[in-house]
Design a protein around this ligand. Structure first.
Ligand SMILES: Nc1ncnc2c1ncn2[C@@H]1O[C@H](COP(=O)(O)OP(=O)(O)OP(=O)(O)O)[C@@H](O)[C@H]1O
Ligand SMILES: [Mg+2]
Length: 256
């Protein structure tokens, strides 16, 4: 039974954590070339929220996303994703867990240039063992949803940056992951396209049981955040939420 919080006489459920990172350290290399990317980082993301992670270049943002996604091992600490402790999973089980529960969107889209948009978007479902016809049907539907109904059979190289990013979003969503992780999804985009992408991601975060985590350098999107985690030198510096967040960043339309 989840605890109830009472505010002004109204009982509400405490937020459910989608991700809990506890005192995680991660270093790369050895000896003189050793870099400590995470130095006891502690981070939470909740179900139902759009959570931004910000901080200077090299502070460990991508490393944090990678350990949460289970694509990178870590040295010490605990990571819990959607109620599963990642340290209890074997490598194979981690891959299967990721395939089922996590979607990624990368800054550079990472689309396969030789495949059509429909084929690109189908890939995660095919990897999860779905039939091609079923995967492509759902891929086409998602591409329509992101406004690319006239691009289904085109190759990524025939699309603009914003259109490619929308294909990447459709691909990240096709297996209906509960956790969507995005590494700088708007930095290569103009303001209008950036708004469209953020509107899409904000809508995903509102689906019950889902969570969207976005690493960004882009202050234009701060207004979309439910919470913002600021990182510095491998650690979480502070978490901004509620009035504090609103007083620093004004409303959802700061992407101008
Ligand atoms: N594979 C790697 N091998 C060695 N060092 C690495 C590796 N990946 C990251 N690092 C180092 O770890 C630190 C954190 O890197 P990370 O990529 O997490 O930073 P970031 O906050 O995402 O930066 P940016 O905003 O520039 O993308 C950096 O000093 C980086 O050089
Ligand atoms: Mg990075």
């Amino acid at each position: 039974m989840e605890p109830l919080q009472s505010m002004n006489g109204i009982a509400s459920r405490a937020p459910v954590l989608a991700v809990a990172v506890r005192e995680v350290t991660k270093s790369f290399g050895t000896g003189d070339s050793r870099t400590v990317a995470l130095k006891g980082a502690t981070f939470d993301a909740r179900e139902g929220e759009l959570h931004l992670v910000v901080g200077p270049s090299g502070c460990g943002k991508t490393t944090l996303l990678s350990v949460i996604a289970g694509t990178l091992g870590w040295d010490c600490g605990d990571i819990d994703v959607l109620g599963t402790s990642l340290s209890t999973l074997s490598k194979g089980k981690t891959t299967a867990f990721r395939g089922k529960n996590i979607g990624f969107i990368f800054q550079q889209f990472n689309l396969i240039p030789t495949l059509s948009c429909v084929e690109n978007v189908s890939v995660p479902m095919l990897l999860n063992g779905a039939k091609r016809s079923e995967a492509e049907k759902r891929a086409a539907r998602l591409l329509v949803e992101v406004g690319l109904e006239d691009k289904l059979q085109q190759r990524p190289t025939q699309l603009s940056g914003g259109q490619q990013q929308r294909v990447a979003i459709a691909r990240a969503l096709i297996h209906e992951p509960r956790l969507l992780i995005c590494d700088e999804p708007t930095s290569a985009l103009d303001s209008t396209t950036g708004h469209q992408i953020m509107d899409l991601l904000a809508a995903v975060a509102r689906v019950p049981g889902r969570c969207v985590i976005i690493v960004t350098h882009d202050p234009r999107i701060y207004g979309y955040a439910d919470r913002i985690t600021e990182m510095e030198d491998g650690r979480v510096n502070r978490v901004l939420a509620g009035e504090t967040l609103r007083s620093i960043h004004h409303g959802p339309n700061s992407l101008t």
